[in-house]
Design a protein around this ligand. Structure first.
Ligand code: MG
Length: 182
């Protein structure tokens, strides 16, 4: 069994723009490569769990999303950091908008706060849940982590408001420093 750190993408790894639909909009946050490299060296699997309703909305395709993720992997690789797996929820529950992809406009089991993608990863990689973490910048990440039994970290500018999370840190770098010590 392997321990893992599940990471939300937007706002944790990269700048949280409203919709990221092409690689030019993807910008790594400061210290992220170094943080992910530390997790790699500490034998944590690094697994991204991300809601990307932009696909259901027709704002970008699965191929566009792959290109965005290739840019992310390339930039991380320059600093010697690596993502072990990426799980994307492409769905969105509210139908009736122009340009949407009807078959993806469903009330799925994988859109966070639902735990579907995390559960899938736990099965796929035989993950040791008790010694694993989720790091996210929204309550939906924390809820998904709690539902699956992970330890939870909220990334927030407001350190005093942890909400339901076990811990709050200002960025991934400081969160990872904590994970590695405990
Ligand atoms: Mg986020």
């Amino acid at each position: 069994m392997k321990k893992a750190v599940f990471l939300d993408r937007d706002g944790v790894i990269n700048e949280n723009l409203k919709d990221i639909v092409e690689p030019s909009q993807f910008h790594l946050l400061h210290g992220v490569s170094e943080a992910i490299k530390k997790l790699n060296e500490s034998n944590y699997l690094v697994v991204i769990i991300t809601n990307q309703p932009v696909i259901a909305k027709g704002f970008c395709t699965f191929e566009d999303m792959d290109a965005i993720h290739q840019k992310m992997k390339n930039e991380l690789a320059k600093e010697g950091a690596k993502i072990d797996a990426i799980y994307v929820c492409p769905h969105h529950p509210e139908k009736g908008f122009k340009g949407e992809v009807p078959e993806l406009k469903i009330d799925c089991d994988c859109r966070k706060p639902k735990p579907g993608l995390i559960l899938q990863a736990i099965t796929d990689y035989s993950i040791d849940v008790e010694n694993s973490w989720i790091v996210g910048d929204s309550e939906t990440d924390i809820t998904a982590g709690k539902t699956t039994g992970l330890k939870t970290i909220l990334i927030s500018g407001k350190l005093e408001s942890a909400g339901n999370a076990d811990y709050t840190f200002k960025d991934l770098k400081t969160a990872v420093e904590h994970i590695i010590i405990v």
